[in-house]
Design a protein. Sequence first.
Length: 242
Amino acid sequence: RKRKRKRKEKERMLKDKRGHKQTGAKLLVGIAVLAFLAIIALQMRPSSAAKDAKTKGEHKQGHKHRRHRLPPHEIKAKQKELEKQEEVLLQNEEDVESVEIEIEEKLVELDEKQDELVEKEEEVDEEKKQIEIEKEEVQEVKEEVKEERKELELEKEDITEETRELEFEKEDIREEKHEIKNAKQQLRQSKKMLKDLQDELKVKKKTVKTMKEANEKQKVELATKDEQIKTLAAKLKLASAA
């Protein structure tokens, strides 16, 4: 009966050990996904159209005192160009917001996985205590074997085998705790990297907003110049009629 009970305990511990290894594999997959997301986020840069819009806006602001009026066809062309640039800026804003949402979701997943690691570490400590208890039971069995002379050799072989297996399992638990520690360190590093990316995205979003405001200002100036041209044309028409 004792050998049967010990065999069941050994099968349970081997099953738990397989569960820990599966958890470690899931953590490695999660870290790979985070690294892939970080690469995508680093590739997010303002488009060339947005950069051209900013350059042209600065150029026009530097020369606005020298150019007092534009032909109507140039004003319409500038208005169309500004509308295209505004569409590009809106698309960039949507891309930035999408990446921010993905980062927030990954941060939540990281917190959940960190909680799972704490629980697994507590389970490993509990299993270690259980192993110590089982080692004490093995010692008691050794004493009982001395009294049961008929089964002396069989019991001694069983106990020796069980002790060896317990040492192997104890070594496996030490390795698993080391793997859990490394996984927690990698999670902290990934979390810091995602935080840096989030800060970078906030700066980019602010830059996009500034460029959008500059485009709005240019549109107003062009509309004002268009009205001035129409007014001068009307005055010229009245003067020629007179």
